[in-house]
Design a protein around this ligand. Sequence first.
Ligand SMILES: C[S@@+](CC[C@H](N)C(=O)[O-])C[C@H]1O[C@@H](n2cnc3c(N)ncnc32)[C@H](O)[C@@H]1O
Length: 405
Amino acid sequence: TQHQHTFQRTGQRLESCKWRPPSPRLACAIDEDEEQKPWTEAQVPNEETDLEPPPSRWEGPHGCAGQYCVFANKGFASGRGIVAITTTQNIQRLKQIEKDEYPPDEKPQPDSPPPYVVAAVQGKGLGLLANKTLHRGDTIMKKTPAILVHRAFFESVAVAHQPQDALLDSAVALLPPPLRKEFLAQMGGSPSAILATNSFQMDIGGGGGSGDGHHYGNFPEVSRLNHDCRANAAFHIGADLAHTTTAARDVDPGAELAISYIDPLLPRAARQQRIRHAWGFACGCALCGSSHKAADKSDARLREIARTEAALADFTDASVTARVLGRLVQLYADERLDASVAGAYTLVALNYNMLGDAGRAQRYARLAHEALVIEKGAAHGDLAEMAELARSPRAHFTWRARVRR
Ligand SMILES: C[S@@+](CC[C@H](N)C(=O)[O-])C[C@H]1O[C@@H](n2cnc3c(N)ncnc32)[C@H](O)[C@@H]1O
C-alpha cells in the first residue's frame, strides 16, 4: 500500500522509524536489514503457497500485567493478524465473534485497490487523498484492528509506565511483519504514543454493560485519515470488529478524505478545545480556519439545530411544523454535516409522519436509512424502523400523532 513507502525507501526509512524500541525483536534495524536483502532465487514469492494464510488461532498468554495479558493470532482475517492485551474472558469473546462473524467456508474478498493515496497535507502531516471520484455511500476502506488493548490496561499506563510499555512492545513484536510495519509507521513514536494518537474506542462482544468489553482498537491504515469538522467520510466499527470508512458526500479526485474525531455538532470553541485536549493539535480544518463572521454564522446554525431537535424529540411540542422540518434539513445542508445526518433524517421522517405527510415521511425514512448504513453500518437497530416507515407510513404508530393531539 501507499504508506508502506515510508519504510521502503532508504532515505525515508530512518525518518519514519525515529523510535528505538527496547526490545531487540522490534528494532527498526532488523526489519530494515530484512528489507534491503534482494530476492534470491529461493525467496521469490510463490503465488500458490504464499497465498495460503496460517490458520486463525489465538496463542498466549505471552506475558501479563495483572489480569491483562498479551495474546496473538497470526492467522486472523486471512493472515493479516491481530494482537490483544486483554483478559482471558475477552479472548473467549473474540473467539466467539470469529465463529459468528467469519464463517470458515466464506472466501475472503480479494482486496480491491484503495480509492486513495497517502500524501503530505499542508499543516497536518500525512493524509489520504482520493485517487478517483467517489460517491456518497462508496466504501473507502474496511479494516480489522491490528491491536486491541483493554481500556483499563491502557488507562493505567500513567500509573505504572514501564511494565505496561514493555508489554505493549512485546505485543507489537508478535504482529506479522507487514502489519507490524504499518503499525510502527503511524504518527506518535512509541507504541503507547501511537495508540494514544490513533485509537478508536470499541466494545467487544457486549461485556454485559460492565465495561469489561471496552477496548482501544488500532487500525493502522485508518490512522492516516485526518480530522475535519465538516468531514466528507463517516466511519463505524461493526460487531465483526472491522472499521469501515464510507464516503458521506461526492468527492473529487485529489481531494483530501477526512473523518471527524469529535462531535461535529459542538460549537467551534468546544470542538477546538476537545481536539486540543485529546490530541494536542490545533485544528487546521477549513471551518476552524474560517473568518470570525463565518464561524459565528456556523455556530448560530448549530444552536438552531440543537433547539429544533429538542422540539422534534418532544412529541408534545406545538412549535413543530412542516416549515420547521424543512428548515432543519436546510441547516444540515448549509453546515455540510453530510457525515452526521442520520439522526436528523430519522427525526424529520418521524415528524413528517406525525404531521400526516406520508410522502415526505417516506422520502426522509429512505434518506435516514441510507445515512444510517453510512454512519452506523448495515446492522444498526434503527434500520428496520425506517424501512417500515418507508413501506407503510399510515400503519406506523407515529401516523398523524401531532395532528390527533
Ligand atoms: C490519526 S493521525 C492522522 C494522520 C497523520 N496526519 C499522519 O501523518 O499520520 C492524527 C494527527 O494528525 C494531525 N491532524 C489530523 N487532523 C488535523 C487537523 N484538522 N489539523 C491539524 N492537524 C491534524 C495531528 O497531528 C494529529 O495528532
